[in-house]
Design a protein around this ligand. Structure first.
Ligand SMILES: [Zn+2]
Ligand SMILES: [Zn+2]
Length: 360
């Protein structure tokens, strides 16, 4: 009985007890094939072959998985073969199987490997452009990802838990911190959570639920946050053309009735409250309501995916503008009201002029 026979017998006898949720598919001199299913998304098939000179050469390992990234599997294969060569001359099979099982257990974020790589690439691209950027760290012990993004003097930090049931269950955001004004922070958090949820949950009122497919939620959610955070400090008020956010975050207007208070409207553009008020209350008053005069559509508009129809762009000059009707919870002003107010204000101005004339 040689080493290979001995190892085959050992694997047959104990591997399914030693490695939780493992199953022997084949255990022969020509091939050992074991399935390991740690969680729904951490499933791997380990194929092992004995080289002719075994055990004086390391085992040949091949890893397959429908849920784990191919790049990560390549790296893990190399690591496993290195581990095997460290004990060359001795039995390696059980040692290698345990190593692979432990590695996946201790690195639960491996299921989001490709997404994490894409987030890193996006951050690198932003860092290289120089107007903002950030970093992410993998906290494998807690299956968390810590994200820090900045745009100008503004920052946003949060941690994202990748649950065992990922991607069936979406990422969960915790511990967020930021120096953005509260309206923008609420938008970032709300949207990021909603995006993540939509990846994992079928829409409630969908006509055809059978079409719904669970998607990984980490990348869409973090990509959204990174782009929003990097862009916000550079966004101009479509009315006055100046930056909406003050360069120094400590100058943020917190009073929600002040002119410099920053409001975000339905189309996604941000305004100074004072500018927005003036714009909404000044003619012309088109029959479909005042539309956003920003130079182009906003990449993070609430309009995308909503059921509200775009107002028809009639004039040629409207082609290059955002053109979406201005609407906001606090700004649900209808045209008639705005018009009436304007007429009233003009009348009042005229009265004052008359009084002034009279007094002179
Ligand atoms: Zn303004
Ligand atoms: Zn707009």
């Amino acid at each position: 009985m040689d080493v290979i026979d001995y190892e085959i017998e050992e694997i047959n006898k104990i591997v399914e007890q030693i490695i939780c949720n493992s199953k022997i598919v084949a255990c022969l001199r020509s091939l050992i094939r074991i399935n390991i299913k740690q969680t729904l998304s951490r499933q791997i098939t380990v194929c092992i072959r004995f080289p002719s000179n075994y055990p004086n050469e390391h085992l040949l390992v091949e890893l397959k998985s429908l849920t784990i990234s191919g790049k990560l599997l390549d790296g893990l294969t190399t690591l496993a073969e290195q581990k095997a060569s460290e004990i060359q001359g001795k039995p390696q099979t059980l040692y290698v199987l345990k190593f692979i099982d432990n590695y996946l257990r201790e690195n639960p974020l491996c299921i989001a490997y490709d997404e994490i790589a894409a987030i890193k690439a996006l951050l690198k691209q932003k860092n290289d452009l120089g107007t903002g950027g950030g970093e992410i760290k993998c906290l494998q012990k807690t299956s968390m990802i810590s994200l820090k993004v900045n745009g100008g003097n503004y920052y946003y930090k949060a941690k994202f838990h990748v649950p065992e049931e990922y991607p069936t269950k979406c990422v969960q955001m915790t511990e967020h911190k930021s120096n953005f004004p509260i309206t923008l922070l609420r938008f970032i958090n709300g949207q990021a959570k909603e995006m993540a949820r939509k990846c994992a949950e079928a829409p409630l009122r969908a006509c055809d639920n059978s079409k719904f497919e669970v998607k990984p939620s980490l990348l869409p959610s973090l990509k959204f946050i990174i782009e929003a955070v990097v862009d916000f400090h550079n966004e101009m008020c479509p009315v006055c053309g100046f930056m909406c956010l003050p360069n120094d975050p400590s100058d943020i207007e917190v009073k929600d009735t002040a002119d410099k208070y920053v409001e975000r409207v339905f189309c996604g553009h941000i305004y100074h409250l004072g500018c927005l008020k003036t714009y909404v209350r000044t003619p012309p008053f088109p029959p479909n309501g005042k539309t956003c005069p920003a130079k182009k559509a906003h990449p993070r508009s609430d309009h995308k995916g909503s059921n509200i129809a775009l107002p028809k762009k009639t004039k040629k000059t409207d082609v290059d503008t955002c053109g979406i009707r201005i609407s906001h919870d606090r700004w649900g002003l209808n045209v008639k009201l705005a018009e009436a107010r304007w007429v009233h204000q003009e009348a009042r101005k005229r009265e004052l002029e008359e009084v002034k004339d009279f007094l002179q």
